[in-house]
Design a protein around this ligand. Structure first.
Ligand code: SAH
Length: 458
């Protein structure tokens, strides 16, 4: 095929109609047959845009003028929306966001899985799609006296300050503000990434939405934390519900927020929250669903698809801190969890104990190694639930899962592309899904979560 020169150059001003929305929330259209991505636009709109970057098969452009607006366009309510990297689609009305996410899932099934016949149901959204996050990781930058704390801009480490974060729980949002103002008042030097100097790197603030317990973690570049006592005293006065203040030490040059060491400065080393009828402990390092309200919606769907009677053996693969398995435990005879991070497995065991659940066991290891072992041992689960990371399930895992001959496999996915790929693979093995239920766990961001059930054919 002859090499074609892209029809655009950086700096060109072009007019185009956006025909779709990408999984990252950009509008996408064709100019002279060439794919162009334009952030902050909506499918259906016509815009004038300036080309910013040209690759072999596509280009990026910035909207300069909106020629025809979509009826789905709204004014983003957050004043820093266009600069902050936290949300991508606040400029799209919420019902249209949900429909865009549904279409994205349907496209993945049709194009990647070759599974047009799978019905993608309307996305289950939130009644009030704001103030849902229970956790924030806020980086500090700047200099003593001119401290900045906010969120990173998209694709960079420029800190964008905000007054209120509209997707944070109000308790969490307030706590972030109090920590930021105290670091400024007390003149604690912020960390400087380039020079690897300074003290406060991040604050991580977590709230147990259903318990009201707040945890403040200050991540420091070493043991030193000036005005420690005063800081704790002021935090206690200013943050209602404060239950835990922890110093975390991260001395590495890295983007990883938390270091290995925690020092309890005040209160309890953990906070608690609930999902449905199950109670969980949350430590600074614990993974915990960041939108508990929608997590319950998701798990209820998992429960319906699992259709348990109380007699079943259930595998919870990629189980994290055991959330799904423990949620299902009262309807099952036996739960077996598997998870690769040992610390999460310890949390899962602790959570089982906390809830008086004694028929759940958790194994640390890669699911693609543990599952074949279970198959070898002749384990025959009735239901397998999987909730893998973005890359989906390893084929070795799926092969072994099929060998154990379950009646149903419930798949929770944060990436429609790998879900569709795995669905096509499972179909070849005789496990078929007919519908997918997307759930909106992260309103105003481009993420979409799905749940579906594969049933053994014949
Ligand atoms: N089901 C849990 C966590 C889902 S997140 C919940 O809803 O809270 C996905 C989990 O898979 C993470 O905890 C991650 O550590 C784990 N994981 C990633 N790769 C894995 C692998 N190869 N084997 C087992 N677990 C893995």
């Amino acid at each position: 095929m002859p090499k074609q020169k892209p029809p655009v150059q950086p700096g060109d001003r072009i007019q185009l109609t956006l025909t779709g929305q990408t999984h990252t929330g950009d509008g996408v259209g064709k100019y002279d047959g060439f794919t162009v991505f334009v952030p902050l636009t909506v499918a259906g709109e016509r815009v004038e845009a300036k080309v910013t970057k040209v690759k072999k098969t596509y280009a990026h452009a910035r909207m300069e003028a909106l020629l025809e607006a979509s009826p789905a366009r709204v004014d983003a309510p957050c004043p820093v929306f266009e600069r902050c990297g936290g949300c991508q689609i606040q400029h799209i009305a919420y019902p249209a966001q949900l429909e865009a996410k549904r279409r994205q899932v349907a496209n993945a099934f049709a194009r990647i899985g070759g599974l047009e016949e799978v019905k993608v149901l309307p996305v289950l959204g939130m009644d009030q799609p704001w103030n849902y996050r229970n956790k924030a990781q806020v980086p500090f930058s700047g200099r003593r006296g001119r401290v900045k704390a906010g969120f990173f801009a998209a694709g960079s480490h420029e800190v964008v300050e905000f007054e209120h974060c509209m997707i944070q729980q109000p308790e969490n949002d307030r706590a972030i503000q109090r920590v930021r103002e105290l670091v400024k008042e007390l003149g604690i030097p912020p960390y400087n990434e380039q020079k690897h100097r300074g003290i406060v790197r991040h604050t991580v603030v977590r709230t147990g939405v259903n318990t009201g317990e707040v945890m403040v973690v200050l991540v420091t570049n070493g043991l030193e934390l000036p005005h420690r006592k005063r800081l704790v005293r002021e935090l206690r006065e200013r943050i209602p519900g404060l239950a835990s203040v922890v110093q975390n030490i991260q001395t590495k040059r890295t983007n990883v927020v938390l270091g290995p060491e925690n020092r309890l400065l005040w209160g309890e080393p953990v906070i608690h929250d609930t999902i449905g009828h199950v109670r969980f402990v949350i430590s600074p390092h614990s993974f915990f669903q960041i939108n508990p309200e929608q997590t319950e919606v998701l798990y209820e769907q998992v429960r319906r698809y699992a259709a348990l009677s109380g007699r079943e053996t259930v595998i919870d693969a990629y189980c994290g801190i055991g959330t799904i398995g423990l949620y299902l435990a009262q309807d099952a005879a036996r739960i077996l969890g598997v998870e690769s991070i040992p610390q999460a497995v310890e949390d899962a065991r602790r959570n089982a104990e906390l809830n008086g659940i004694d028929h759940a066991t958790f194994t640390a290891g890669p699911a693609e190694e543990v599952m074949p072992r279970w198959a070898e041992e002749g384990l025959h689960p009735n239901v397998i639930v999987v909730d893998p990371p973005r890359k989906g399930c390893a084929p070795e895992f799926l092969d072994a899962a099929v060998r154990t001959d379950p009646d149903r496999l419930v798949y929770v996915s944060c990436n429609p592309a790998t879900l569709a790929r795995d669905a096509a693979y499972l179909k070849e093995q005789g496990y078929v899904n007919r519908q997918v239920q997307p759930v909106d766990m992260f309103p105003h961001t481009s993420h979409v979560e799905c749940v579906t059930v594969f049933r053994k054919q014949g």
